[in-house]
Ligand binder design. Structure first.
Ligand code: SME
Length: 147
Protein backbone atom coordinates (compact mmCIF):
# COMPACT_ATOMS: atom_id res chain seq x y z
CA UNK A 1 0.00 0.00 0.00
CA UNK A 2 2.79 2.41 0.91
CA UNK A 3 4.61 1.76 -2.36
CA UNK A 4 1.50 2.47 -4.42
CA UNK A 5 0.84 5.66 -2.47
CA UNK A 6 4.41 6.77 -3.12
CA UNK A 7 3.96 6.03 -6.83
CA UNK A 8 0.76 8.05 -6.83
CA UNK A 9 2.49 10.94 -5.09
CA UNK A 10 5.28 10.85 -7.68
CA UNK A 11 2.66 10.92 -10.44
CA UNK A 12 0.85 13.96 -9.05
CA UNK A 13 3.39 16.08 -7.22
CA UNK A 14 4.80 17.95 -10.25
CA UNK A 15 1.40 18.88 -11.64
CA UNK A 16 -1.39 20.87 -10.04
CA UNK A 17 -3.88 21.10 -12.91
CA UNK A 18 -7.25 19.70 -11.84
CA UNK A 19 -8.17 17.82 -15.02
CA UNK A 20 -4.68 16.44 -15.58
CA UNK A 21 -4.49 15.10 -12.02
CA UNK A 22 -8.04 13.71 -11.96
CA UNK A 23 -7.42 11.92 -15.26
CA UNK A 24 -4.11 10.40 -14.17
CA UNK A 25 -5.50 9.50 -10.75
CA UNK A 26 -8.39 7.56 -12.32
CA UNK A 27 -6.00 5.79 -14.71
CA UNK A 28 -3.61 4.93 -11.88
CA UNK A 29 -6.34 3.40 -9.70
CA UNK A 30 -7.76 1.43 -12.62
CA UNK A 31 -4.30 0.14 -13.52
CA UNK A 32 -3.11 -0.68 -10.01
CA UNK A 33 -6.17 -2.15 -8.28
CA UNK A 34 -7.07 -5.58 -9.62
CA UNK A 35 -10.62 -6.62 -10.58
CA UNK A 36 -12.26 -3.28 -11.28
CA UNK A 37 -14.62 -2.35 -14.08
CA UNK A 38 -14.92 1.40 -13.42
CA UNK A 39 -12.97 4.09 -11.56
CA UNK A 40 -13.60 7.80 -11.75
CA UNK A 41 -15.03 11.03 -10.45
CA UNK A 42 -18.36 12.78 -10.16
CA UNK A 43 -18.29 16.50 -9.35
CA UNK A 44 -20.98 18.29 -7.36
CA UNK A 45 -22.84 20.89 -9.40
CA UNK A 46 -25.92 22.25 -7.65
CA UNK A 47 -28.26 19.33 -7.04
CA UNK A 48 -26.45 16.91 -9.32
CA UNK A 49 -23.24 14.92 -9.45
CA UNK A 50 -21.78 15.36 -12.93
CA UNK A 51 -19.42 12.85 -14.58
CA UNK A 52 -15.71 13.69 -14.53
CA UNK A 53 -12.55 11.88 -15.68
CA UNK A 54 -12.81 8.08 -15.45
CA UNK A 55 -11.64 4.72 -16.77
CA UNK A 56 -14.10 2.03 -17.81
CA UNK A 57 -17.22 1.88 -19.93
CA UNK A 58 -19.29 4.96 -20.72
CA UNK A 59 -21.29 6.05 -17.67
CA UNK A 60 -24.33 8.05 -16.56
CA UNK A 61 -23.49 11.74 -16.89
CA UNK A 62 -25.74 13.21 -14.16
CA UNK A 63 -26.78 11.66 -10.85
CA UNK A 64 -29.77 13.45 -9.28
CA UNK A 65 -29.64 14.16 -5.56
CA UNK A 66 -31.11 11.51 -3.30
CA UNK A 67 -30.61 8.37 -5.38
CA UNK A 68 -27.80 5.84 -5.63
CA UNK A 69 -24.57 4.98 -3.85
CA UNK A 70 -22.67 8.16 -4.77
CA UNK A 71 -25.33 10.42 -3.27
CA UNK A 72 -25.64 8.18 -0.20
CA UNK A 73 -21.89 8.65 0.42
CA UNK A 74 -22.31 12.42 0.01
CA UNK A 75 -25.21 12.55 2.48
CA UNK A 76 -23.25 10.43 4.95
CA UNK A 77 -20.09 12.49 4.43
CA UNK A 78 -18.03 9.32 4.69
CA UNK A 79 -16.74 6.49 2.54
CA UNK A 80 -19.43 3.98 1.65
CA UNK A 81 -18.68 0.34 0.88
CA UNK A 82 -21.40 -1.65 -0.83
CA UNK A 83 -20.68 -5.37 -0.99
CA UNK A 84 -23.63 -6.16 -3.28
CA UNK A 85 -24.99 -3.29 -5.34
CA UNK A 86 -28.13 -5.27 -6.23
CA UNK A 87 -29.08 -5.27 -2.56
CA UNK A 88 -28.63 -1.47 -2.29
CA UNK A 89 -31.96 0.35 -2.75
CA UNK A 90 -31.72 2.94 -5.52
CA UNK A 91 -28.36 1.83 -6.86
CA UNK A 92 -27.77 3.31 -10.32
CA UNK A 93 -26.39 0.68 -12.68
CA UNK A 94 -24.29 2.50 -15.26
CA UNK A 95 -22.44 -0.71 -16.16
CA UNK A 96 -24.47 -3.88 -15.67
CA UNK A 97 -21.22 -5.73 -14.83
CA UNK A 98 -20.88 -3.85 -11.51
CA UNK A 99 -21.51 -5.95 -8.42
CA UNK A 100 -19.78 -4.09 -5.61
CA UNK A 101 -18.78 -0.48 -5.14
CA UNK A 102 -16.84 1.93 -2.95
CA UNK A 103 -17.43 5.68 -2.94
CA UNK A 104 -15.15 8.21 -1.23
CA UNK A 105 -16.63 11.71 -0.83
CA UNK A 106 -14.08 14.43 -1.56
CA UNK A 107 -14.08 17.49 0.67
CA UNK A 108 -11.92 20.45 -0.31
CA UNK A 109 -11.41 23.05 2.43
CA UNK A 110 -14.45 21.72 4.25
CA UNK A 111 -16.83 21.79 1.27
CA UNK A 112 -18.06 18.79 -0.65
CA UNK A 113 -16.45 18.85 -4.11
CA UNK A 114 -17.64 15.47 -5.43
CA UNK A 115 -16.84 11.78 -5.15
CA UNK A 116 -14.38 9.12 -6.20
CA UNK A 117 -16.47 6.15 -7.35
CA UNK A 118 -15.03 2.67 -7.93
CA UNK A 119 -16.91 -0.40 -9.17
CA UNK A 120 -15.98 -4.07 -9.34
CA UNK A 121 -17.52 -6.93 -11.34
CA UNK A 122 -17.51 -9.24 -8.28
CA UNK A 123 -19.33 -9.07 -4.95
CA UNK A 124 -17.47 -8.13 -1.75
CA UNK A 125 -14.51 -6.70 -3.67
CA UNK A 126 -13.71 -3.87 -1.25
CA UNK A 127 -12.64 -3.97 2.38
CA UNK A 128 -11.04 -1.82 5.06
CA UNK A 129 -7.58 -1.93 3.43
CA UNK A 130 -9.05 -0.59 0.16
CA UNK A 131 -10.90 2.14 2.06
CA UNK A 132 -7.68 3.18 3.86
CA UNK A 133 -5.73 3.16 0.59
CA UNK A 134 -8.30 5.19 -1.33
CA UNK A 135 -8.82 7.74 1.44
CA UNK A 136 -5.06 8.32 1.62
CA UNK A 137 -4.88 8.49 -2.17
CA UNK A 138 -7.59 11.19 -2.16
CA UNK A 139 -5.61 13.12 0.48
CA UNK A 140 -2.57 13.06 -1.82
CA UNK A 141 -4.74 14.24 -4.73
CA UNK A 142 -6.10 17.17 -2.72
CA UNK A 143 -2.65 18.11 -1.46
CA UNK A 144 -1.18 18.41 -4.96
CA UNK A 145 -4.11 19.79 -6.94
CA UNK A 146 -5.65 23.24 -7.46
CA UNK A 147 -9.39 22.56 -7.12
N1 SME B 1 -23.45 3.29 -9.17
C1 SME B 1 -23.42 4.71 -8.93
C2 SME B 1 -23.57 5.48 -10.23
C3 SME B 1 -22.30 5.75 -10.95
S1 SME B 1 -21.68 4.42 -11.78
O1 SME B 1 -21.41 3.32 -10.88
C4 SME B 1 -20.30 4.81 -12.62
C5 SME B 1 -24.51 5.11 -7.94
O2 SME B 1 -25.36 4.28 -7.59
O3 SME B 1 -24.49 6.24 -7.49
Amino acid sequence: MLLRLKQLQALLEHESDLWANLANFAAFIFQEMPTLNWAGFYRLQGDELVLGPFQGKVACTRLKRGKGVCWAACEKGQTLLVSDVHAFPGHIACDSASQSEIVVPIFVQGSLWGVLDIDAPIKNRFGQADQDFLEQAVRILIQHTRF
